[in-house]
Design a protein around this ligand. Structure first.
Ligand code: CUA
Length: 174
């Protein structure tokens, strides 16, 4: 009788041990597979990251050379640049002088007498060339060089009231 209990217990323990062994062994194998997959895809992810980084750097370099916006902090010697004063009002521009030369940098000193306006310079096809805010109490400086003569358009880029859309002027480049 005691032998029967003993054998049954032993068999039971053996069974439990076998189940544990089976589970642990399978769990280990799954873990290894998972780690292999993880390692593989981490490596692919690393390569992909380096590829994107290189691509981004090359595309950025190629599209920003030469840099499309002139150095706004550059100091010019007298006679090397032209100055245009811009004062904006609801709803018109006071631009002086209204004529500049092509091929020489123009320094626009832009302010406003009432509310915020947006000083935008467009070419004849109404393509925006450059812009700055026109703000009461401030003078914003923007430097732009016109590479060819023409009749350029000045449009307001900041909603400034009822006749905002009619705030149009022009600048002659000779
Ligand atoms: Cu001035 Cu809109």
């Amino acid at each position: 009788m005691i032998t029967g209990v003993y054998v049954t217990s032993l068999v039971g323990i053996g069974l439990v041990a076998a189940i544990f062994y089976f589970v642990i062994r399978n769990a280990k194998r799954e873990d290894t597979d998972y780690q292999q997959i993880t390692r593989k895809w981490y490596r692919i992810r690393g390569i992909w990251f380096l590829f994107l980084l290189t691509l981004g750097t090359v595309v950025t370099y190629l599209t920003l050379t030469p840099f499309p916006i002139p150095d706004q902090g550059k100091k010019y010697a007298d006679g090397e640049y032209q100055t245009v004063n811009v004062d904006s009002h609801q709803w018109y521009w006071v631009i002086s002088p209204g004529t500049v030369k092509a091929g020489q940098p123009v320094e626009f000193l832009v302010t406003a007498s009432d509310v915020n306006h947006g000083f935008g310079i467009y070419d004849e096809n109404l393509r925006l060339l450059t812009q700055t805010q026109a703000m009461p109490g401030y003078t914003n400086r923007i430097v732009y060089t016109f590479d060819k003569p023409g009749n350029f358009k000045i449009l307001c880029l900041e909603y400034c009231g009822l006749a905002h859309h009619g705030m149009i002027s022009s600048l002659i480049v000779e």
